[in-house]
Design a protein around this ligand. Structure first.
Ligand SMILES: NC(=O)c1ccc[n+]([C@@H]2O[C@H](COP(=O)([O-])OP(=O)(O)OC[C@H]3O[C@@H](n4cnc5c(N)ncnc54)[C@H](O)[C@@H]3O)[C@@H](O)[C@H]2O)c1
Length: 386
C-alpha cells in the first residue's frame, strides 16, 4: 500500500515556487508516499528534475493527477486540473476561497477534499505547518532588500577618512510575522529602526528585535490575535502621531492587514508629499489594496521625490527558500494524516478541521469542529494499493 502523491508545476503568472524540493521528498516517501511530479516543476528556481531521487516525472497533468490520492501545489490549480482529479482525492494548496468561487464550485462537484494552506489555525501545534508565517517571514526580509535597492543612501553608519555617514532611519508599520522580520533584518544591517502596530503587545516584540515602538495610544486588538479596523476618530489620532515618524524616515516598510478586509490605509497622499527627498516606501500589503494611498500594485512609482514599491507575490521572488519552507509546511500537514501508508483524516483534529475547505461535496466550517462533521467516513483511510 502507498499513497499516490502528485506535485503540480505552477502555471500562474509571477509564481516561481514549487510544492516539493529534494530535501523533503524522501521524508514524504518514508511516510508511505509514492511521488509523481510534473516535468519541469522546479525550473523557475533552477531545480532540475534530476535533482529529485525516487520521484517519477510526468508531463501531462491529466496523467499526473488522474490516479493521485493527494495533489500538492502552491497556487490553486486550473479548473481542468481539478476536473482531471479523481473523486474523493485530496488537494492541498493556497486557495483564498472568496476569490475563487468557480474553483470552489468545481471542488464541491468533484467531491475533492481541499485543505487550504491559508486556513491552517495560527496555534502553537500548527506552527510547523503555517505557510502564511513561513512565506511572510521571507517577504519581511526581502522588503528591506527592495528598499535598499531603491534608496540612494546606506542603512548602517559608516565612517571613512572623508567623514561619517548614516545610519538610515527605517519605520516598519504592521508588526505581524513579516513586519517583525523586516525589523530584525533592518536592525542587523545597522539602521535605526522604529516599529508601529495597533496591537500593543507588538511593542515588546519590536523592542526585543532592536527597534523602538511608536506609541499612538490606540489599541485595536481584534479577534484571534489579529487587528480590527480603526474608527475614523482613531485614524485621526494615529495619523497625528505617525506623520512625524513617516516623514523623518528614509525607508518605510508597511505590512498591515486585517483578515477579510482591504488593507488599512496607513500613509495618505498628503503624508507622502511631506516625506524626505529620496525616501522609499515598500508596501507589502499591495495585493490586499495597499497601505499607502499612492500604491499601485506591481509597480514602482515616483511620487514627487518619494519612491513607492508595491511588489507582487514577494515570497515567489525568493522561490528557492520559499519552496523549501512551503514544502516542509505541507509535509508536516500531511504527516498529521499519513500513517502506515494510508491517509486517515481525523476530523476531531482542530488543525485538519480548521484547514479543510471542502469535503465530500460540502463546504467545511472554519471553526475547529466543523458543523456536519462527516459521520460515515470519519477516520476512513484514503489509500492506494500497489
Ligand atoms: N502559530 C502561532 O501562534 C502564530 C503564528 C503566526 C502568527 N500568529 C499571530 O497571528 C497574528 C497575525 O499575524 P500575521 O503576520 O498574519 O499578521 P497580518 O498579516 O494579518 O497583519 C500584519 C500586521 O498588521 C497589523 N495591523 C492591522 N491593521 C493595522 C493598522 N491600522 N495599523 C498598524 N498595524 C495594523 C496587525 O496587527 C498585524 O500585526 C499575530 O497576532 C501573530 O502573532 C500566531
Amino acid at each position: 500500500m502507498y499513497v499516490n502523491v502528485a506535485i503540480l508545476k505552477e502555471t500562474q503568472a509571477h509564481e516561481r515556487r514549487v510544492a516539493m524540493v529534494p530535501s523533503v521528498a524522501p521524508k514524504l516517501i518514508k511516510l508511505g508516499a509514492k511521488l509523481h511530479m510534473q516535468s519541469g516543476a522546479g525550473d523557475a528556481i533552477h531545480l532540475p528534475d534530476s535533482a529529485f531521487k525516487d520521484v517519477a516525472f510526468i508531463n501531462d497533468f491529466k496523467e499526473l493527477v488522474g490516479d493521485a490520492d493527494v495533489v500538492l501545489s502552491v497556487q490553486p490549480p486550473a479548473p481542468e486540473v481539478i476536473g482531471a482529479m479523481k473523486a474523493g482525492s485530496i488537494l492541498i494548496c493556497f486557495i483564498y476561497a472568496n476569490k475563487e468561487p468557480a474553483l470552489v464550485k468545481h471542488l464541491l462537484e468533484r467531491k475533492i477534499t481541499c485543505f487550504a494552506m491559508e486556513r491552517i489555525p495560527r496555534i502553537t501545534r500548527a506552527q510547523s505547518m503555517d505557510a502564511l508565517s513561513s512565506q511572510s517571514a521571507l517577504a519581511g526580509y526581502y522588503a528591506v532588500g527592495l528598499g535598499i535597492n531603491h534608496l540612494t543612501r546606506i542603512l548602517p553608519k559608516i565612517t571613512t577618512a572623508a567623514g561619517a555617514i548614516g545610519p538610515a532611519k527605517v519605520l516598519v508599520m504592521g508588526l505581524g510575522v513579516a513586519g517583525l522580520e523586516a525589523i530584525a533584518t533592518a536592525h542587523r544591517l545597522g539602521a535605526v529602526v522604529e516599529g508601529y502596530d495597533v496591537r500593543p503587545e507588538t511593542g515588546e516584540q519590536a523592542l526585543s528585535l532592536g527597534a523602538t515602538f511608536v506609541e499612538t495610544g490606540v489599541d485595536a486588538r481584534g479577534p484571534g490575535g489579529y487587528a480590527r479596523e480603526l474608527t475614523p476618530e482613531e485614524k485621526t489620532k494615529v495619523a497625528a502621531v505617525l506623520t512625524k515618524h513617516i516623514q523623518q524616515s528614509d525607508l518605510v516598510i508597511t505590512t498591515a492587514s486585517i483578515p477579510g478586509k482591504p488593507s488599512p490605509k496607513l500613509i495618505s497622499k498628503a503624508q507622502v508629499k511631506g516625506m524626505k527627498s529620496g525616501s522609499v516606501i515598500v508596501d507589502l500589503s499591495a495585493e490586499g489594496g495597499g497601505n499607502c494611498e499612492d500604491t499601485k500594485l506591481g509597480e514602482t512609482l515616483q511620487v514627487g521625490q518619494v519612491t513607492i514599491v508595491a511588489p507582487l507575490n514577494v515570497p515567489s521572488l525568493l522561490g528557492e527558500d520559499a519552496s523549501t519552507l512551503y514544502a516542509k509546511n505541507q509535509y508536516n500537514l500531511l504527516a498529521l494524516m499519513m500513517k502506515d501508508n494510508v491517509i486517515t483524516i481525523d476530523w476531531d483534529d482542530e488543525i485538519l478541521a480548521g484547514a479543510a475547505l471542502t469535503h465530500d461535496g460540502r463546504m467545511m466550517d472554519a471553526k475547529p469542529k466543523p458543523e456536519g462533521k462527516p459521520a460515515s467516513d470519519h477516520k476512513k483511510p484514503v489509500s492506494k494499493v500497489a
